[in-house]
Each structure stands twice: as structure tokens, then as C-alpha cells.
Ligand binder design. Sequence first.
Ligand code: ASP
Ligand code: MG
Length: 414
Amino acid sequence: MNPVVVQKYGGSSVATTEKIARIAEKIKRRVDQGARLAVVVSAMGDTTDYLLELAEQIGSQERGPELDLLLSTGEIVSASLMAMALNRIGVPARAFTGREAGIITDTTHTKARIRRLQTGRIKAVLREGSVAVITGFQGVAAGDRVTTLGRGGSDLSAVALAKGLKAGCCEIYTDVPGIFTADPRVEPESRLIPRLSYEEALEMAAAGAAVMQARAVEFGQKYRVPILVKSTFEEGNGTMITRVNHRRRSGSNLEEPLVSAVTGSGQEAKVSIFGVPDRPGLAARIFSSVAAANINVDMIIQNVSKDGRTDLSFTIPADELKRAREIASQVAAEIGAAGTAFDSDIGKVAIIGIGMQSHPGVAARMFSALGREGINIEMISTSEIKISCVVRKSDLVRAVRVLHAEFGLSRKPA
Ligand code: ASP
Ligand code: MG
């Protein structure tokens, strides 16, 4: 039997019934070639934002089972329509919710983690020669409540199903031709990256390159699911995300770029707590409170302490600022800190590349390039394959473009 392929279509790809019908035609061609397909869909267009907006209009702050049930309806609409569009053109198809597809999660509503996959039902449908259309973004927790997997979570549904169905590849279809060396709207000189390691794709997603959900890439890396990101309606090879081959890792490839991509994100905010008593356990206290609220902390800076007190700053996703503000103010009071400050006018620029592991001096080059442009660096953090800097939000675009040119990523003259 032919291997199973999992395809995922993003919200913009299924934004209208016309687009859904076009995708159905595309799926039909693949099925006619003998492919066995499981198709994961996102909600149509901005449906999820609209549903969140409705909850807000009600005045609800809940992030529990009712919100998840509401959010899950978006994908139910698109999956049902997709299966109907396929059936109409003679492709046998059946639509399934996350629950019916056997995506079992924990109970962390709005950010649930997948615990188990019970794919028997989907496998049976594929075996009988039908296309299985599955709602992205949702699962079911023990206790039987519907959960969602975090914004952009349809990617995770797709990669997880690819693992569960032992698919040869997980194809992620979107409104761009693949993953670029920088956001093409910011840097017109950016180029498509044909191949990318999981590590790089993960760092890019975490750095705010809005191509794929970070958790989905992480899942793919863990279970070695090859992920192909490509355009829904345009021809092209897309970007293949796979394991790094050994030649690359050993650094013996002289052509290897130092930096594979530059990312910029304006979706960050900075929280500072001043005059924190410099005692063991206080950092743990602060960050446990933040973690307990399920807020992801990215960069952390603690200053050299003076007179037994120190300042601590960290960055978080901007949309968590409201809650982080409450938590930080409360913890600051509890531990006797001097004060707090909150800043959402920051941006984060990062350079990412497996190639930098074997080359010293990349950070210095990054800082010099920013310095020459008069861009002030407020925070720095590094990993093996990424260097990120916090800058003023108003400098962000310029920072991305300067670094893109500095590391030779701009289009080669024809
Ligand atoms: N519809 C959900 C969202 O907008 C999930 C997804 O699109 O992947 O976040
Ligand atoms: Mg979406």
C-alpha cells in the first residue's frame, strides 16, 4: 500500500468555500495518483480571532473548557466543508473532530499538550480508501472535555498525526512559498530556504517567524517527521525541514552559510523588577509564579548586584503582558522589591544558523553591524545556533535588514 501523507491547510488557504473547493481538486489529483491522504485543516481565515472576540464581548476572562469548545468550532466548520467538497467531486472523504481522530491531551485548556494518539479510526478510513479530513488545533482531555493546542496548533495536529499514522511526510500548506531567510514583507531581498534543520526551524519559530508553530517543529524533531512547508496554490518546492546531515554538523562544508535566517518580532514585551533582594531562591520564586500562569519567558537578564539588591528583566509574549503585570507586581510586593516596569515598545531581532556553531566571532559581527547603524541593544541572549537582541520596536525593521545584508543573505545579483 502507498505510504500515508498528511497534509495541513492553514486558515488563509481555506478562507473561503471557493478556496476549499480548489484544494479539494488538488487533493483529488493526489488521490488519483494513488496517495493515501489525511488532511488537517485550520479554521477559515480569521475565524479563531473572531471567536475570541466574541468571548471578549461576553466579558469572559475564562480560559477553560467553554472557551476551548467555542474555539474548536472554527475547525469543525472547515473540516466538514472540506469533506463535503471532496465527496461532491467523487473523492470519498470523512470529517473528524480531534476527539474522533483520537488526539488525547492533558487538561491545560487553550494550550493543551498531546498525551496519546489513538489513530485506529483514521487508519481504518484510510485503509478503505477514503480521505480522512481532521480538524486541526483540538483534542480531547481525559474527562472528555474538548481542548485546544495553542494558537497555530493545527500544525501540531498535523505533525502528530503524521507520527501516529507513520506518514512519510507532513506537508504544511500555507500562503507563502516556504520559509525565507527573512520575512519577505520586511526584507524584499530575502530568499526561500530549500532545506532547514529542525533546530533552525525551531529557533526561527520561537523567534517569531510566523511560519510554523514552534511546538509542531519540536514534535517533528522528536519523532523525526520530515516537514515540507509550501504554498497552497503556487507551484514550487517549498522548504524541507529535516535532520541535519553529518557533513553539515562537522562543519566541513565550506559553502555552509554562517547564518541561515534573520527574524524580527514585535510581539514581545519586557518586564523589569527593580531592587530585588539578592538572596538565594528569589529568582526561582519570581519565575515559578510566571510559569504557574503558563507564561513563556524568553530572555532573562539579572544585573550585577549592588548593596545587596539587583534588577531583573525578562521578556514574554506581548499578549501575556496583562497577566504578567499582575503577577510581577504581586511577587515584587511579596519579596520586598523596589518596583516594577513594563515595556511593550520592544522588538527582538535574531540571527539563526547551524553554521555559527563552528565559527567564533559571529556575535561580535552582529553587534558591530547594529552599532554602525546606531541601533541600541537592550538585551542579548545566545544559544548554540541563535543570537537574539532586544532593540527598540522602531528600530526592528532596520535591524533585520542590516543583519540580512551583513551575513550575505540578500539575493545574489543575477
Ligand atoms: N485556528 C487556530 C488559530 O488560528 C489554529 C491554527 O490555525 O492552526 O490559531
Ligand atoms: Mg490560523
